[in-house]
Design a protein around this ligand. Sequence first.
Ligand code: ADP
Length: 168
Amino acid sequence: MKIAIYPGSFDPFTRGHLDITERASAIFDKVIIGILRNSAKQALFSTDERVSIINEVVREIPNVEVVSFSGLTVDFAREQHADSIVRGLRAITDFEYEIQIAQTNRSLNPDLDTVFFATSLEYSYISSSLAKEIASYGGDIDRLVTPYVAEQMRKKYGILNERLVEAE
Ligand code: ADP
């Protein structure tokens, strides 16, 4: 059984992430989306919210699971009995960062390989931060995220904006 983990922040899970997940799920027997619990990064959605949102988005892909983790990716891979790490590549700027991480992970565990998926052209400009930026100003994010994620983002920014008004 070929198991891959697809680690990331996924704050939020975009159409680009979904595309990589679908393509990876066609190649591996099982794909485990690993949401990194990262206290250093200021996140829009809590880790538990992200687990629940992504579960909803990938509901119809039978061989995909969603799990959160903290610590090293190589340790998470070992726990999940995975022999591959899936990552997506958008532009050359991704490459420099990704190759460094991949080489580091391989030096920590030589049995673990990183498999890169080149982004599909229509999703190449999409990032979680762009989706957040647009949504925070009430802009249209339907091309960046799926309808369910868009709805959750609108709700979240609605709550955050109410709090700001109350604080003024
Ligand atoms: P991280 O904080 O680990 O970079 P992200 O949630 O931003 O996590 O991204 C997770 C993975 O998905 C990374 O490998 C990233 O390059 C990839 N990715 C993000 N957006 C896209 C996209 N639009 N198309 C393809 N891959 C993407």
